[in-house]
Ligand binder design. Structure first.
Ligand code: SF4
Length: 344
């Protein structure tokens, strides 16, 4: 039968589950999905998850202190009674705002498996709740991107990668930790056409090994230094689109002074970054020139959370995009412009 994978990678891969006597025996790609959409080991191995011997299949109530591991089986009436009593007690003593809605996961599709939506609906009907702001997954990007680009939803359709002449995967291990079911395919196709795929990652990841034409290693947590050095090269080599920056940005002068060291600080040169990143100065220069000399409409890259302080790294990535990616960088949700996610 046709199924989709609901793991939290966002791919929603179209798959086929083979069922024998009511039991899923195998999960494989759905041939109707075409050649671009492929699942991964996480989706294919779902039968092992579903039938794992240590999977919790019965309602359990904790009987000992938290962390003690002491539980006993319970029926639905008792479990519902315990939950209802607890919620009512907290609400009457401390108010609805004392209940934090923390359930859920990012990309669950549909209504039944969406624990996030269902929990919030339920608590809203009950009188309200406290909502969280941000999260470990995308809070840095959500904070930085609108400030620099004017929207928090810039992005591309992975299929547009086929129009790229340069792909930079910065901290993006798309082979192991997939973000969509066709990204890897389109990068592989681009590489087959001779597109340079530069992978910036502390590890020689599976992505670097299988998809990359060049691997640029750096020390974990030193992305920002590397990005600043790239920006330094873009500035000193005249690769910044100044008319665009002047027309569409504010605060660029301070950024430029900071990067060039004209604010009393150190110039963020490739030599400076080498000491922090461990990445050879010449390699940093090569990266910056490869990126900066690519006309904006030809370059595309996928940016994912780098290895250092996320908000600073996102800011640095976004600066680089802003100073080079000119008119076509006007961000749109699921833009069809390949350069909409060009990064340094
Ligand atoms: S890429 Fe893997 S984890 Fe993601 S939806 Fe597809 S099969 Fe599931």
């Amino acid at each position: 039968m046709a199924v989709t994978c609901n793991k939290d990678c966002g791919g929603g891969c179209p798959l086929v589950a083979e069922v024998d006597d009511g039991r899923v025996t195998r999960v494989r790609d759905n041939p109707l999905a075409g050649r671009t959409m492929k699942g991964c080991a996480r989706g294919y191995e779902m039968p092992r998850v579903v039938y794992a011997p240590d999977r919790v299949l019965k309602l359990l109530l904790r009987t000992g202190p938290r962390g003690s591991g002491q539980f006993r089986e319970a029926g639905w009436p008792e479990a519902l009674e315990v939950a209802a009593r607890g919620l009512a007690e907290v609400q009457s003593r401390f108010g609805a705002g004392s209940i934090l809605a923390l359930a859920g996961f990012g990309s669950g599709r549909g209504s039944l498996p969406s624990t996030q939506r269902l929990t919030r609906l339920f608590l809203a009907l009950l009188g309200g709740y406290t909502e969280i702001t941000g999260g470990y997954s995308s809070a840095a990007a959500d904070f930085v991107t609108p400030t620099v680009l004017g929207t928090y939803l810039p992005g591309i359709d992975a299929a547009t990668l086929r129009h790229s002449m340069l792909i930079i995967l910065w901290g993006a291990n798309v082979t192991d930790t997939r973000l969509g079911c066709d990204t890897e395919f389109h990068i592989r196709e681009a590489r087959r056409r001779g597109v340079d795929v530069i992978v910036v990652d502390p590890r020689r990841s599976a992505t670097a090994a299988k998809l990359g034409t060049r691997w640029i290693p750096l020390r974990p947590g030193s992305d920002v230094a590397l990005m600043m050095a790239v920006l330094h090269v873009l500035l000193s080599e005249g690769l910044v689109d100044r008319p665009f920056v002047e027309a569409h940005s504010s605060g660029f002068e301070q950024l430029e002074r900071h990067i060039l060291g004209n604010d009393g600080g150190v110039a963020k040169t490739p030599a400076w970054a080498e000491g922090l990143c461990g990445t050879p100065e010449t390699l940093i220069r090569e990266l910056a020139l490869a990126y900066g000399r690519m006309q904006c409409w030809k370059a595309a890259a996928a940016a994912f959370p780098p290895t250092s302080a996320p908000s600073t790294a996102w800011a640095a990535i976004t600066w680089c995009r802003a100073v080079t990616c000119t008119r076509a960088c006007v961000p749109t949700r699921r833009s069809t412009l390949a350069c909409a996610t060009t990064i340094c």
